[in-house]
Design a binder for this molecule. Sequence first.
Ligand code: SF4
Ligand code: SF4
Length: 372
Amino acid sequence: MDALTSAILRMKAASALTYRLALLLRRDHSRPILRSLKEHSLRRLRGEKLPTVVDLSLTYRCQCNCVHCYADADARDTRNELSAEQWKAVINDCREIGAPLLILTGGDPLLRDDVCELIAHARALGLITRLATNGHLLTRDRVAALKRAGLTQAAVSIDSPDPETHDRLRGVSGAFEEAVQGLRNLREAGIPANILTYAARGNVSDGLERIIALGRRIGCMSVFILYPVMAGHWSEATEEILTEDEQARVRALQTWRMVHSEMPARDSLCCTCKTQMVGVTAQGEVAACPTSPYTMGNVLKQGLKQIWAHHAASFSVDHPGVCPMNTDWGRRALQVHAEKVREELGVETVPPGGPDQAPLGVTEQRGTGKAC
Ligand code: SF4
Ligand code: SF4
């Protein structure tokens, strides 16, 4: 890719992001949010390395059992989740390391009774929150509570425009209707609603187009198209990785205002390789990307601030337009980096789950969960 194309792509991505941000801020004039965004920009101008997003997997409990689950939710340890107070301390650290956006995901984060308390805490600190959910619990009452807590926006997963297919892929009958009703409830309550979907072999053209049309009918703010990552249930799914041609077809569906693809292009924002993101598991383990199984430390022991400082200081993985998780070299690079940070921080290799589990960060584990 030449320098001009690269600059144009960067400008397009930045404009789309600015547009989405402006839309959110038009509806939500929170002073703390404006202050934290201003601080983020000034610190970046001073040359500090700051994350754009911190992905918090609040729980791995979930009502679904999706075929594509990045989080491997059905096989994950659902014990020893961080408490509300521990998550609040993590959120304080997110503010200090300069992250303007938190993605609250899982599992289904709405299975935590304290999710509104955490959203209210983040909001008071000026952080933008995006809840990623399967939509089962987005009843009118729950949505009203999320609104009162100050949730900035929500994303609900739609895997297929056909209710039966969606339900089959999710392993729950009625899941499609609940997800669509959840999106409508968000709209009614004035919370910007987004559809989260993914491009897989079967839906690259027609399926995605119909999901986008559904989003327009409901009045969603955005449709985010993710791409298959070899993590979780798909950790061996090489057949799901899209060819360049298929990726190009997905990118062609993008629109400036509404349809955003998070396919890993050399200039895409969806890449941990630009040190834009970090993920925290329900037990407090920190990884460079939420889909990466190679963890660098634990928020309860080393603290997010310290882990971030070591990570940001040395992370460097060449990113030739593919997701590192989908290549052997990329996974190896993530693993080597995680081991380096662990060594610097003196992190023991026995995970919080107990000595009978393989050590995290050393042996390849299952994926660590991305938005559902
Ligand atoms: S490693 Fe892959 S999934 Fe993670 S941020 Fe980078 S491109 Fe996205
Ligand atoms: S993809 Fe999301 S909704 Fe589906 S099983 Fe995994 S965590 Fe649950």
